[in-house]
Design a binder for this molecule. Structure first.
Ligand SMILES: Cc1ncc(C[n+]2csc(CCOP(=O)(O)OP(=O)(O)O)c2C)c(N)n1
Ligand code: SF4
Length: 279
């Protein structure tokens, strides 16, 4: 599918970087959503800082370059200021699981209606490969030359506990899967977390491992908390042979933006109606 979302800027990611796949996945998802009637001017994408964040220059929609770890507060502000926007927040594992960890937990807890895309390369890549909260134990980088002594945590499990209402994982080298998951995340009403496995050829080259171990699952009952909890733990970032990708959990609940609008107007949470009164 031709997306017509390119920009003239030279891409400076390393050849082979998983960010290329994520960029394509987002472009194709936006193009497919436009075909379904969403308007391009209603999309806005924000980022923190890192290799992943260069994406703001490479996709022809509204974008905002944020600060390291602050993709989520910016996205939250955008959605509250204009609830009709489709807000995409791109972030790195260092950006949101280290620097901005409190922000992502609270965004999930509040069920703000935004789509978070984590470019998960399990390293602070732009600053030359320091270990992050989810790097494997033993990871050797500039700050851990002898290998990291810490275990990673499972970010999906953490955000599931925090209250995320859409939790999915995909892989940057599986474009068909990625674009579908992103499109479904954007259509979801509420906080959607899309964790994308993203090999970094410079500091964390995981292509071989992921090509061998990643598999797609079909979730028959996405509303089952029990199923989700089990599947999320199947690979806990430490142990587990196979790495499942797909939608783990999805539920419809009232969102922060809806509740703020109904709180302001004292009326039912119908954002379109409420906004008419403010205009
Ligand atoms: C508050 C703050 N702390 C640290 C930095 C330095 N810094 C910039 S990018 C970066 C690494 C980003 O890593 P990640 O979010 O995982 O993205 P990646 O580069 O791997 O895509 C760091 C530590 C900064 N810019 N601001
Ligand atoms: S350092 Fe890693 S994440 Fe950054 S552009 Fe190169 S391959 Fe991509």
């Amino acid at each position: 599918m031709e997306t017509n979302l390119d920009t003239p800027f030279k891409k400076t990611w390393c050849p082979g970087c998983g960010n290329f796949g994520i960029l394509e996945g987002i472009k194709k998802a936006v193009a497919s959503l436009e075909e379904e009637g969403m308007k391009r001017e209603n999309f806005v994408l924000t980022t923190g800082i890192g290799c992943f964040a260069k994406i703001v220059d490479y996709i022809n929609i509204n974008t905002f370059y944020g600060l390291h770890g602050r993709s989520l507060p910016v996205a939250t502000g955008m959605k509250i200021a204009n609830p009709s926007l489709k807000v995409l927040a791109c972030s790195g594992d260092g950006d949101s699981y280290n620097e901005g960890l409190a922000h992502i937990i609270f965004a999930a807890k509040r069920n703000i209606d935004i789509t978070v895309i984590i470019h998960d390369n399990r390293a602070f890549a732009l600053t030359v490969g320091q270990f992050t909260a989810i790097s494997p134990k033993g990871y050797k980088g500039k700050s851990t030359p002898e290998g990291s002594t810490e275990n990673p945590f499972n970010p999906l499990d953490l955000l599931f506990s925090a209250g995320a209402t859409f939790i999915a994982r995909s892989y940057s080298a599986n474009l068909d899967h990625l674009q579908k998951i992103i499109a479904q995340g954007v259509k979801h009403k509420g906080f959607s977390l899309i964790e994308v496995l993203q090999p970094c050829v410079a500091w964390s080259n995981t292509y071989e491992t992921y090509n061998e171990r990643v598999y797609e699952f079909e979730n028959q009952d996405v509303s089952s908390k029990e199923n989700a909890a089990k599947r999320i733990k199947e690979w806990d970032y430490r142990n587990g042979d196979k790495i499942p990708i797909g939608i783990f959990y999805k539920s419809e609940e009232s969102t922060l933006d809806e509740q703020l609008v109904s709180g302001l107007t004292g009326k039912k949470a119908d954002i379109k109606e409420a906004l008419k009164e403010f205009k």
